[in-house]
Ligand binder design. Structure first.
Ligand SMILES: [Ca+2]
Ligand SMILES: [Ca+2]
Length: 175
């Protein structure tokens, strides 16, 4: 009986059964997936990082363009505190005060440089930008519902990539 058991063991160690081989292949498959996954997600993270970096630059560029304008419209009515362009103001080229940029939008593929020309480089093709301007107060000033009593404008620039927000920049402009 002892000798037979020894022979049995030698037979068993000659090779893998089909089930064992399949198990080994499965385990190797999982191991390979585990090794490759970090590389795949690493590339995705890098691409996302680049989108956000360019998005933040586009937000910053537009913000610079906005905040260098005067707080009040130079030719408008001093009591006009309704955000948005005045009559005849059609775009950044003739916007003459900060709140003219309220609701300003550049649709996807229409993002413009500081001179007003649409970027032709394909890397800008999926970006869009939008702006809101809201009259605001800053503590310790009490909150005001009347914009005429506010001496700040909160400017917010949002940049999207294929409709997904990649950068949002807010700045307070004082009167
Ligand atoms: Ca204006
Ligand atoms: Ca205005």
């Amino acid at each position: 009986m002892i000798i037979k058991t020894g022979v049995y063991h030698r037979t068993r160690t000659r090779g893998f059964t089909l089930a064992e081989a399949m198990l080994a292949v499965t385990v190797l498959g999982f191991a390979a997936a585990g090794v490759l996954l970090p590389f795949v997600s690493g590339a995705a993270v890098r691409a996302e990082g680049m989108r956000r970096t360019l998005g933040a630059a586009l937000a910053g560029d537009l913000m610079e363009q906005i905040v260098r304008l005067p707080f009040h419209d130079p030719t408008g009515v001093a009591s006009d505190y309704s955000p948005g362009p005045e009559s005849g103001e059609t775009g950044p080229a003739n916007f003459d005060n900060v709140d003219d940029f309220h609701s300003y939008t550049e649709l996807q593929g229409q993002v413009k440089d500081a001179a007003g020309a649409v970027f032709t480089d394909p890397k800008y093709a999926n970006y869009s930008r939008s702006v809101t301007c809201a009259y605001a107060t800053v503590p310790p000033q009490p909150a005001q519902t009347d914009p005429a009593k506010c001496n700040f404008i909160l400017v917010t620039v949002q940049v999207n990539y294929s409709g997904k927000n990649v950068a949002t920049l807010s700045r307070l402009v004082s009167e």
